[in-house]
Design a protein around this ligand. Structure first.
Ligand SMILES: [Zn+2]
Ligand SMILES: [Zn+2]
Length: 220
């Protein structure tokens, strides 16, 4: 099953091939529409080939270009209802840091919140449960994986590939625990949930893909 990484500035978005086109997961930081079109063009994909945009969560670096990408693709958006509310109101949430670096970046974010604003965008579909994606032509499902935010979603493909948003980060520097989290106590339970359901490799929005056998939590 084909998953293509599409970095939009510092956020990895992902394209999942389906029987009828593609599903895009996440929409990057602001002002990425040109970069999106350029990268799609190189892949030989038309914006109209994208049939659905799934948002893992409503942080500015995942929904910054959602409004413009959505209008290029002319397709619906799916998110968890808690995140949909933020996407539709344009509310910027800065999560607390889970380590020293995260705390610093979180502080900077809270003090520069204006620069992180994103255009409000309509969300057509919401789910707070597992959702089968076979009607979209791909053997995959959406799985609620709270921890980074209460409404975080992951996309789990039947072959074990899992697109996890910010549920894990992977910069090759030790821990894969996200440096920000609103519910840090739920992170590893969500990892375990995906693994129990067959996930073998995580594709994070920040950093490189990581096999689940190499996932590392917070050092004790
Ligand atoms: Zn995030
Ligand atoms: Zn992020």
């Amino acid at each position: 099953m084909k998953v293509v990484t599409m970095p939009l500035f510092y956020t990895n978005c992902y394209l999942i091939q389906t029987a009828t086109g593609w599903i895009l997961v996440d929409a990057g930081t602001r002002s990425q529409a040109k970069s999106f079109l350029r990268r799609l063009g190189k892949l030989g994909i038309q914006p109209s080939d994208i049939k659905l945009i799934i948002i893992t969560h409503a942080h500015f670096d995942h929904v910054g270009s959602l409004a413009s990408i959505k209008s290029l693709c002319n397709c619906p958006v799916l998110a968890h209802p808690l995140e949909a509310r933020l996407i539709e109101t344009g509310e910027v949430v800065i999560p607390p840091g889970t380590n020293a670096l995260g705390k610093l970046v979180s502080w900077l974010g809270r003090h520069n919140i204006r620069s992180l604003r994103f255009p409000k965008t309509r969300v057509e579909f919401t789910t707070d449960q597992e959702l089968d994606l076979t009607p979209y032509g791909v053997a995959a499902k959406v799985v609620p994986t709270p921890g980074h935010t209460p409404g975080s979603l992951s996309v789990l493909l039947e072959d074990g590939q899992a697109i996890v948003g910010d549920l894990a980060m992977s910069y090759g520097l030790g821990s894969n625990f996200p440096i920000f989290a609103e519910q840090p106590e739920k992170i590893t339970a969500s990892w375990d949930l995906l693994i129990k359901q067959g996930a073998s490799i995580f594709y994070p929005a920040h950093g490189r893909k990581v096999p689940v056998t190499r996932l590392r939590g917070i050092e004790k």
